[in-house]
Design a protein around this ligand. Structure first.
Ligand code: ZN
Ligand code: ZN
Length: 313
């Protein structure tokens, strides 16, 4: 196919001509399509032996990756989603819990070592710059060695960090407008949801949040809302075995959203599709898809998708 196309281009006798002909021969048909792929759907920092990977969500707009959160395993999951790591372009961090940022540095490193990405822009709440600087310091010996020994460029110049401490427009380019909304995730105050308004689709990623009417307002009219979810009976079973059970239960109840409330937010926002992700607990295989979505459906009558790793929506 590749060979045939090359021959065709050669025969067409010039780039200007072949450009206008390319769509007709089926090249680049993915263009102008906004794709949503769940990379990791398990809430919390614990690495499971099997099952869901830690949080990360990918939006591809005209084949350009926009990555939301970098839980442990994100590099591997990107490869599984057929995104070469040196294609990494935009990263958005919702908040600085480690299940959302643990692989930020390693992901940038992996992109660098794969072959030079053009540029990475990373957006997130205060702390992202320090995290980036600290990460490069942590790997300074390796980086210096490879720059001298292998002639690699300086990875620190690859990344531009954009911190913000207030909700609003985060990024605007020809393809998409990305905006943020402050959500409720105590004790963390700098926790955000993101909204991506592309030409063909609008997608909202809740990040971690307790029931948040502001989020419902922010997600008004979106095509897709990806919302975190916590299943109480699963929590009770999980934490009854832990020494810090009482404290952990209090944190979870204050900082995450139960199914009924997820349904309320989706209904208030009037979204077409609700995607459940960031499951807490995320590695209890005994909880069925129906159990995850039952409470949600009491309030939301649209399409509900129980998220799975690498599911494309
Ligand atoms: Zn989380
Ligand atoms: Zn969190």
């Amino acid at each position: 196919m590749q060979h045939t196309r090359r021959q065709f281009l050669h025969a067409a006798g010039g780039f200007a001509v072949s450009c206008s002909l390319l769509p007709k021969i089926g090249f680049g048909q993915q263009k102008t399509k906004t794709r949503l792929i769940l990379l990791g759907t398990k809430g919390g920092p614990r690495v499971g032996e099997a099952g869901r990977s830690n949080p990360s969500t990918l939006i591809l707009i005209n084949d350009v990756p926009y990555l939301i959160d970098c839980g442990y395993g994100t590099s591997r999951q990107l490869l599984s989603a057929n995104v070469a790591l040196n294609r990494l372009r935009y990263i958005f961090i919702t908040h600085h819990h480690s299940d959302h940022n643990l692989e930020f540095g390693p992901l940038v490193y992996n992109a660098w070592i794969t072959g030079i990405p053009a540029r990475i822009d990373a957006y997130g709440p205060p702390g992202l710059t320090k995290m980036s600087v600290d990460y490069f310091n942590y790997l300074e010996f390796d980086i210096q060695t490879r720059m001298v020994d292998e002639g690699r460029p300086d990875p620190r110049k690859l990344v531009t960090i954009h911190e913000f401490a207030k909700p609003g427009v985060v990024l605007m380019n020809d393809e998409v407008k990305v905006s943020s909304c402050r959500v409720r995730h105590p004790p963390i105050t700098q926790a955000y949801a993101y909204r991506f308004d592309a030409a063909d689709r609008s997608i909202v990623i809740s990040g971690d949040t307790a029931y948040s009417p502001e989020l419902a307002e922010f997600a008004k009219g979106a095509d897709v809302l990806v919302h975190e979810i916590m299943y109480l009976p699963g929590i009770e079973a999980l934490i009854s075995r832990l020494p810090n059970a009482k404290r952990l239960r209090e944190h979870l109840m204050a900082a995450h959203t139960l199914p009924e409330d997820v349904g309320k937010v989706a209904a208030q926002a009037g979204v077409k599709t609700l995607v459940l992700s960031h499951f807490v607990p995320g590695d209890d295989a005994s909880i069925t898809d129906d159990q995850w979505s039952e409470g949600v459906r009491k309030h939301f009558k649209g399409r509900v998708i129980v998220g799975k790793d690498l599911l494309e929506i």
